[in-house]
Design a binder for this molecule. Structure first.
Ligand SMILES: *Cc1c(COP(=O)(O)O)cnc(C)c1O
Length: 482
């Protein structure tokens, strides 16, 4: 008897430790509010690199054996300490790194709201409001790219890699009618697709995930400016056709990760058209300039794509986990992804259920991280943010040239690859820069030359941060020459 009673008598203590009562919530929120304010105030001068070693981190974590329990404030203190000292601060104005931007405040709030309500977006009927919001965004951005909103579609993804993987699967399904049902073995010959040698190498992993393998990826040479060489492209396609292989897709990169170079999209569109191949544009980072009046023309040709990838968690300043796959004809998604089950609630229209037209099943409401800031700032707000960062990059280019740095990549976008005119070792210069710990930049190779790579990606970066960066670069070069 007592056993039965106890079984249905969970203590408030347990419930409240899962989700505290109002008073404790208030305390925690107050504590967090102070920590957030402190963090934001410190950001402009924060050490960009982690100061905790692996041992330091292990030391903090060693007491968490999960046999006992700790007070929420103790745990929060540890977590915030680890965040402050145990990561590269990509949201710092002095992070000139890998397209990981500062999150907008609205993105931060959106993450909180999403976690609180925890809507399930797999089916329309479970979260109609959220599915409609995401669809509106997908159609809006597709519209900016030149897609007809009546036909366009897509899905939010966890990032660019998932969006590109979606493209590959759609291309296979569109090109090889038996693929969705019978898989790759139904294809008579090796399916191959074309990307430039400066493309994002997630394509290799994606080829493997889809069962194609790395050999299906044709890396097309780039010209001196880093753009896919069109004559090499057509030669490679002809060569593959001659050998009995099955070309099915060309990917144009709009904004290479290493150097911000945009492939010749109109020419790639013509080649795709001529050979009847699927045309995808990977605009993971630079797709954001569709929101700029002045610079969107750099993406001319994108309107001919079958689909595009845009990451909101790059230049659109959304917190991580926010990518988009957008296609001109939404029907291509149903071919590989539509399934029906006897346990999922059916929507009115099968196409309205995200699980029937995308890779994911359970789906988080990531679109809110873009909806809120777009609604609050409007396109003009993003337009200004993007133009400002492009202007900062132009200013940086002129300062670098004045200071005897050689700019290698002819990018219109805010990624700058530099080497030093005097032939100093860029590895050594980078080592010094990271040692000074005032900013974060990286190394890359452009046109077979080792280079320092600087990308302006935080809306917090100002002209004074750029001046500071140039002075740090100059000092590091002096040290490296000793
Ligand atoms: C970042 C990037 C990717 C990969 O996107 P994730 O969001 O990291 O998955 C793909 N292509 C390009 C051009 C990128 O810049």
């Amino acid at each position: 008897m007592t056993g039965t009673k106890d079984k249905f008598n969970i203590s408030n203590e347990i419930i409240y430790s899962l989700f505290p009562d109002k008073h404790q919530c208030d305390d925690i929120i107050e504590f967090l509010k102070n920590s957030i304010n402190h963090h934001i105030a410190e950001l402009p001068t924060i050490s960009v690199n982690p100061s905790l070693s692996k041992e330091d981190i292990s030391h903090v974590l060693s007491k968490y054996t999960f046999d006992g329990n700790f007070s929420p404030t103790d745990v929060l203190n540890d977590v915030l300490h680890l965040m402050e000292k145990g990561i590269v601060h990509v949201t710092s104005p002095n992070y000139f790194g890998l397209f990981n931007p500062s999150s907008t405040f609205w993105g931060v709030i959106s993450d909180l709201i999403t976690a609180l309500y925890n809507p399930q977006l797999a089916v329309w009927s479970h979260a109609p409001a959220c599915v409609e919001i995401e669809e509106k965004l997908i159609k809006y951005l597709g519209g900016l790219a030149g897609f007809n909103p009546d036909n366009s579609g897509g899905a939010f993804t966890t990032g660019g890699a998932e969006a590109n993987c979606t493209a590959l699967i759609c291309a296979l399904a569109k090109y090889f009618p038996d693929y969705a049902k019978h898989g790759l073995q139904s294809i008579n010959g090796l399916p191959v697709f074309y990307i430039s040698s400066d493309s994002h190498l997630a394509w290799l992993k994606i080829a493997l995930q889809s069962g194609l393998g790395h050999n299906a990826v044709r890396l097309i040479e780039v010209d001196r400016s880093g753009r896919m060489d069109i004559s090499c492209l057509t030669q490679a396609i002809d060569h593959d056709i001659g050998n009995g292989n099955k070309p099915f897709m060309i990917v144009g990169t709009a904004g290479t990760t290493n150097a911000g170079i945009i492939d010749p999209l109109p020419e790639i569109a013509s080649v795709s058209n001529k050979y009847n191949l699927y045309f995808h544009v990977d605009a993971a980072w630079a797709g954001a300039i569709l929101l700029s009046d002045k610079y969107s023309h750099h993406l001319n040709g994108i309107e001919h794509a079958n689909s595009i990838t845009i990451d909101a968690h790059k230049w659109l300043s959304a917190p991580m986990g926010t990518g988009m796959f957008i296609c001109a004809d939404k029907h291509i998604l149903a071919i590989p992804f539509a399934v029906s089950t006897n346990y999922m609630p059916a929507g009115d229209d099968i196409n309205s259920d995200p699980y029937t037209h995308s890779i994911q099943w359970s789906r988080r409401f990531n679109g809110l991280k873009l909806f809120m800031p777009l609604a609050i700032l409007g396109r003009t707000g993003f337009n200004n943010m993007i133009d400002y960062q492009i202007n900062l990059a132009d200013y940086l280019r002129s300062e670098l040239a004045k200071n005897d740095w050689q700019i290698l990549n002819p990018a219109a976008l805010p990624v700058i690859c530099i080497s030093d005119n005097g032939g100093f070792d860029v590895n050594k210069i980078l080592e010094k820069i990271l040692e000074f710990n005032q900013c974060w930049i990286s190394l890359t190779t452009f046109a077979n030359t080792k280079a320092l790579r600087i990308c302006i990606s935080s809306f917090r970066s100002r002209k004074s941060d750029i001046d500071q960066l140039v002075s740090t670069l100059n000092t590091a070069r002096n040290f490296a020459s000793i």
